[in-house]
Design a protein around this ligand. Structure first.
Ligand SMILES: O=C[C@H](O)[C@H](O)[C@H](O)COP(=O)(O)O
Length: 222
């Protein structure tokens, strides 16, 4: 069962004519963009902003109108994946490196719909390494500051070189094991000079749509 596709296609049912839509990034958001493209071909009228270059390219290829950020007041619904979701609908995101743009878009959205397969549900966040976007300048010092928080940061690499985000930054993947207080860790991380943003999405998800192996779909809402 493709649990990602199941959740993604259910989320797209919430998109209505005339809406402004935020397009997430990743293998689950991919299915949502495909489905939205299909609905646009069938006559749905929407405009969209994207959280990554690859999602924008996918949307453009499907004929989904992408509009400049300057023309968008509020986004009605953003649909995006996640790497972990806890029972309070707090999230870890950024496994695909898009966390900064995703957070900017989510913050501007009336509703953030998170789409996941059931394997992403956890009791406590932290088994998935927490991505932290850092500036390249003096990144060794930023890594030291992350180590001081006992986060065991590892610089993300791509073909042996630092992975570069769409924003020209690096990613430090941090192993916290168990994040008891996501809001507190979020504040500590973003207080470090050199940290641009981190992958904890605290109180941002409005609805989480979960695709299950048995073909059922659960909707969790705050
Ligand atoms: O940077 C990537 C995003 O936060 C993704 O939404 C997240 O990593 C989940 O990706 P996927 O749907 O591929 O598991």
């Amino acid at each position: 069962m493709n649990t990602k596709k199941l959740a993604a296609e259910r989320a797209v049912e919430a998109i209505e004519d005339g809406m402004t839509v935020g397009l997430g990034t990743g293998s689950t958001a991919y299915f949502a963009i495909e489905k939205l493209g299909q609905r646009v071909k069938e006559g749905l009228s929407v405009r969209a902003v994207a959280t990554s270059k690859r999602s924008e390219e996918q949307a453009v290829g499907l004929g989904i109108p992408i509009v400049p950020f300057s023309e968008v007041g509020r986004i009605d619904i953003t649909i995006d994946g996640a790497d972990e979701v806890d029972r309070h609908l707090q999230l870890i995101k950024g496994g695909g490196g898009a966390l900064l743009r995703e957070k900017i878009v989510a913050a501007r959205s009336d509703k953030m719909f998170v789409i996941v397969g059931e394997d992403k549900l956890v009791d406590t966040l932290g088994a998935f390494p927490l991505p932290v976007e850092i500036v390249p300048f003096a990144h060794e010092w930023t890594m030291d500051a992350l180590k001081a928080l006992h986060l065991n940061p590892e610089l993300r690499l791509a073909e042996g070189e630092p992975y570069i985000t769409d924003n020209g930054n690096y990613i430090a993947d941090c192993r916290a094991d168990s994040i008891a207080d996501p809001a507190s860790l979020h504040a500590s991380l973003n207080a470090i000079p050199g940290v641009v943003e981190n992958g904890l999405f605290v109180d941002m998800a409005h609805t989480v749509i979960v695709g299950r192996e048995d073909g059922s779909i659960d909707t969790l809402a705050r």
